[in-house]
Design a protein around this ligand. Structure first.
Ligand code: LP5
Ligand code: MN
Length: 238
């Protein structure tokens, strides 16, 4: 069985979500051969020296404990935690993978992504994304003292929350042409992503073929995952 989760936004200020994460890892996740984390595991991550926080160490160790029991853990980064790096991956006993990941899932060619790259109508965000995903920019940012990086991240979070109140809801969802182009590019029949916090299974036809776009739920105080095995695709909560 494979599990898919995203948008946990783990942080010390949301202890219920952290408890739900622990309960999920000790319970249902142990039944999975593979756990795919599709971005925004953390509220934000300013570099692998964030492992110096006891909260981050606790969450990361909980992942490592699951891996020790035999579940393979794969992590795709999101727009909040795109600076997760090799020290995190080692500590979590996880594999960091770059999106899009294309896997065969119960015979269906399936694309895995965070989902933010499909929101192409949000031009301000896409410009910002291009800047912060540039390796040279990241090297410069990571060379700043940790306290300053935290300050910049907090400022940006506040700016993002304010900005979202002014953006139309539609531009913060995926662009249909981008979805269609992605299905065609990878010849896939399924796609799984998060980011938009609009959980659903969208059925669509692209080039005469039936496709499904599964959107994962954010967590917010309770665990939420998609599980896939021979018996089907099921969205679950705990
Ligand atoms: O995250 P969410 O759900 O609120 O909104 C996202 C988009 N916002 C973001 C920003 C994150 O919330 C904050 C990132 C924290 C990461 C910390 C890592 C450290 C890196 C610090 C980098 C400077 O991703 C939001 C989308 C929304 O999803 C829906 O899809 O709309 O997009 C934005 O808010 C982007 C703004 O529109 C444009 C921001 C331009 C700001 C440029 C300032 C750059 C300052 C650089 C300083 C070095
Ligand atoms: Mn996101």
């Amino acid at each position: 069985m494979q599990h898919f989760i995203s948008d946990l936004h783990l942080c010390p200020e949301q202890p219920e979500t952290a408890r739900a994460f622990q309960a999920y890892l000790h319970g249902p996740a142990a039944d999975a051969s593979d756990l795919w984390i599709l971005g925004d595991l953390f509220e934000y991550w300013t570099g692998d020296d964030d492992l110096s926080s006891p909260f981050h160490t606790e969450m990361t160790s909980a992942l490592a404990a699951l891996a020790a029991k035999g579940t393979r853990i794969h992590v795709l980064v999101g727009n909040r935690d795109f600076l997760l790096g090799p020290l995190f991956a080692d500590a979590a006993r996880a594999e960091l993978v770059s999106e899009p990941v294309v896997i065969s899932l119960e015979g269906e060619t399936t694309i895995l992504m965070h989902g933010d790259s499909l929101c192409t109508d949000d031009l301000a965000y896409q410009q910002f994304r291009a800047m912060v995903r540039n390796p040279a920019w990241q090297t410069k940012f990571l060379a700043q003292p940790q306290a300053l990086r935290h300050q910049i991240a907090a400022d940006l979070r506040a700016r993002s929350e304010m900005g979202k109140q002014e953006k139309a809801a539609e531009i913060m969802d995926v662009n249909q042409a981008s979805v269609t182009a992605t299905f065609e590019k990878y010849g896939a029949s399924r796609m799984i992503h998060g980011h938009t916090h609009r959980p659903a299974c969208h059925k669509l036809v692209v080039g005469d073929l039936a496709r499904e776009r599964w959107v994962l739920s954010d967590w917010h105080g309770r665990a939420s995952w998609l599980q896939v095995d021979q018996s089907g695709w099921k969205a679950k909560v705990l």
